[in-house]
Design a protein around this ligand. Sequence first.
Ligand SMILES: [Zn+2]
Length: 174
Amino acid sequence: MLTITHLAAAVLLGMLLNMNRDEWFVALTFGVAVDLDHAFAAPRYIADNGWDAILRPSWDDESGLPWKSLFHYPVGGFVVAPLAIGWRFMIPLLFWSVHVAGDYLQNWTIEQSAVVESVLLAGLSVGIVFVAYRNWLSLQPEGDFKGFMSVCRSRVGSFASGTGRAIRARLGST
Ligand SMILES: [Zn+2]
């Protein structure tokens, strides 16, 4: 699966679980950063298959060379499960399992993987907006979807202008 789909899945699950900052960090490490292994495999893979091959749904080029770490296989559970028990919470195991399950789903449906991936990503995005709206409604019982959208828009706007200001300050041109 594309890393963005994994990210959407982890964000939605995290929102449903109402996690705190530390839990988010652990969840994104095990649920999304697992894909960093592709970055290590990339130079060899691109050298052998060319740049366009990056967009192929599977990087298995039949060379027999590895492109995923152990963490992409159920056997990685032998490493993740003891961690989860040791830390006394199941977040690493849960988010890691969702990641591996997502990649397996893609392998089972490899012929239609572009369709499966788009439908999944769209569904997850709708889910994220829905949960965010529901959370917002519990604080603003009088609110409606229009009000929610305008709050989102102004938040994105102030984030963007804040970031712009910070960059300009860095560059010394206030
Ligand atoms: Zn993956």
